[in-house]
Design a protein around this ligand. Structure first.
Ligand code: GLN
Length: 197
């Protein structure tokens, strides 16, 4: 089985490790470059993207990680993890850095204060049944380049049509938290994606 790392300096690491474990891969928390070097693929969890970037710098993980992502390592980001993969951020903090690799503009905290957090069912490309999606101060994809495949959009309400799941080359990202929904299908689709890469 492939070794799939979970960026573990910040965020909901345990939930991802558990979901990956259930999906049958060797899940490894990654805090140091040596651990990253052992991984075939990586998950960037939900959490707080500004802090993630800063801690990655402090622990000398930022550059090796950005290099691996750009070098084609299969990578899956959820929520703050999606932000970390975006080439460009709207409403980021001053000087906020991302690893990049995904040709999207992401808007942080996009759903606004009134609907800080919510749950909904989403049609998800390639899945027969809708995915239960948990959104927590979530970003959405403001715009996506032509090489980006849209996997899911919000339906209904003020955010109708907003893109919340995408894929490009070696990268998958969701605005929501599949690791919190007790439904491992999105993690399983990432594991298949790793096998195909
Ligand atoms: N709002 C957070 C950020 O900007 C992301 C929230 C999350 O990951 N649940 O980093």
């Amino acid at each position: 089985a492939p070794t799939v790392g979970v960026f573990a300096l910040q965020g909901d690491v345990r939930e991802h490790l558990a979901a990956l474990d259930r999906a049958g891969v060797d899940a490894l928390p990654v805090r140091r470059p040596e651990e990253l070097a052992r991984c075939h693929a990586l998950v960037l969890p939900g959490g707080e993207s500004t802090t993630m970037g800063k801690l990655a710098r402090i622990f000398d993980l930022f550059d090796p990680l950005a290099e691996r992502i750009r070098g084609g390592m299969p990578t899956f980001g959820t929520c703050a993890g999606m932000i970390m993969l975006a080439e460009k951020i709207e409403d980021g903090t001053d000087g906020q850095e991302t690893f990049g690799g995904l040709d999207i503009v992401v808007r942080r905290n996009a759903f606004g204060r009134q609907v800080d957090s919510f749950e909904t069912e989403l049609e998800f490309s390639g899945m027969d049944e809708p995915v239960h999606a948990v959104f927590i101060r979530a970003p959405w994809v403001e715009s996506a380049g032509s090489g980006v495949e849209v996997l899911a959009r919000v339906r209904g309400g003020e955010a109708d049509g907003k893109i919340v799941a995408v894929r490009q080359r070696n990268i998958m990202a969701t605005s929501f938290h599949p690791e919190m929904a007790g439904d491992d299908r999105v993690h399983r689709s990432f594991v298949e994606f790793i096998a195909q890469s």
